[in-house]
Design a protein around this ligand. Structure first.
Ligand SMILES: [Zn+2]
Ligand SMILES: [Zn+2]
Length: 154
């Protein structure tokens, strides 16, 4: 995947005002990023690809917009496993940490697990529960969608 060079001087996104700056990065520390929060559309994906990519019961993601996201360092070490051209899963080339969902050269979602601290938001839904691991039981009351929620796709 070739990554779009971020424009760190781009104007801030309008709409929801940003009142929180969040930072995160990979396990080895080579890749670091910053987001102007708040984060939105936080959900747990139980699909078989997210399970394999994370080696876990599910992946938790939040949607990001490019204007509110910037790499602090190490974006040259960002790699991606593509399931179709430009789409897949992004990870650190050194330590393998999962960092998000790339969409044609930019991240469109980040993994909540790569954040340093409490983003203040919580997952609001489970998606692709039709592919859920048999050994994991969902015990919260959040909405569950068999695949994508109605009207939404990645
Ligand atoms: Zn790393
Ligand atoms: Zn998934």
């Amino acid at each position: 995947m070739s990554w779009v060079t971020p424009d760190n001087n781009a104007p801030q996104a309008t709409g929801v005002p940003s009142d929180v700056k969040l930072q995160g990065g990979c396990l080895c520390g080579a890749i670091r990023y910053e987001i102007d929060g708040p984060l939105t559309e936080v959900g747990n994906c139980h699909c078989s690809m997210c399970r394999r990519f994370h080696g876990a019961a599910f992946g938790t993601y939040a949607k990001i917009v490019a204007e509110r996201f910037r790499w602090l360092k190490g974006d040259d070490l960002l790699s991606a496993y593509e399931t179709s051209p430009g789409i897949g899963w992004a990870f650190c080339r050194i330590c393998g940490s999962s960092l998000g969902i790339p969409n044609h050269g930019k991240l469109s979602e980040i993994t909540l697990g790569s954040l340093d601290s409490d983003p203040g938001v919580r997952p609001t839904e489970h998606i692709f529960v039709g592919s859920k691991a048999a050994w994991y039981e969902i015990t919260d009351a959040l909405p569950q969608h068999h695949t994508w929620p109605p009207g939404r796709a990645r």
